[in-house]
Each structure stands twice: as structure tokens, then as C-alpha cells.
Design a protein around this ligand. Sequence first.
Ligand code: SF4
Ligand code: SF4
Length: 131
Amino acid sequence: MKAFECKMCGECCWGRGISVSEKEIKRMAEFLGIEEELFKTQYCVINKNGYELKTKESGYCIFLKKSKKGRICAVHPVKPDLCKKWPFFKSIVSDEEEWRNAMDACPGINLNCSFEDFVKQAKDEHPELYS
Ligand code: SF4
Ligand code: SF4
């Protein structure tokens, strides 16, 4: 039994656009086979720190797509680091209260597992959080 397993609901892809670095833009543009400038025009908006991914009218990220299995990310293999990490954020793995709060936002966090189980999975899958 995993402490976290994505249910492909897409709810973490709703809300404010994800800020993306030039490095992340480059890898997503390469994955899509387009120039970085075109990627920025088509998929990004400028924010005070640089760029963020556009959201659709519904509020979901521009890359969130429907599939038979659920909602999927069109750039999944190269998605932004923040998306790769969720829900194993430092703030969540270091604070049991934050972990409880995260359950409201993410049905992939297993209610039948303990905070310790969650931290163990974080250590196994995201050792960089602890280096
Ligand atoms: S909210 Fe959780 S379960 Fe839903 S898509 Fe995001 S990571 Fe997966
Ligand atoms: S890039 Fe992918 S994982 Fe990240 S918010 Fe957009 S659809 Fe979700």
C-alpha cells in the first residue's frame, strides 16, 4: 500500500499558473518539438519572476488533458519540477499538520497510511529533499 498514488484527478493542476524557468521551458519545448520562443508565446504568460504556464478558462493548466484513464499532463515526462515533486514538498514532508491539510487537496494521499509512511516514500522517491 502506497502512502501516495496519483488518482489522475487533475485537481493539483488547477489555479494559479505554474512558474517555469528557462531550463524547464527548454526541455518542454524540445519535448513538443517547437522553438522556445513559440513555446513561450503559445503556453506561457509573463509574471513578475519570468514566465508561468497559461491556464484555460476553466482554471486548469493549459497542459491538462482528458484521457480514458483520467486527466493527464501533456508534458508529463518533462513537466516542471514543482509538478514532479507534488505532493512531496519540503513544507509537507516536514510538518504533519501540512500533510493533513494536503489530503484535502490531493486524493492520492492515502488516508490509511501514516505520516511516517508518507515521509518514507518521499525519502525513497525524492532523496534530493533530504540531501
Ligand atoms: S491532486 Fe493528487 S491525485 Fe489528483 S492529479 Fe494531483 S497528484 Fe494526482
Ligand atoms: S504542467 Fe502538467 S502536471 Fe504541471 S500543472 Fe500543468 S498539467 Fe499539471
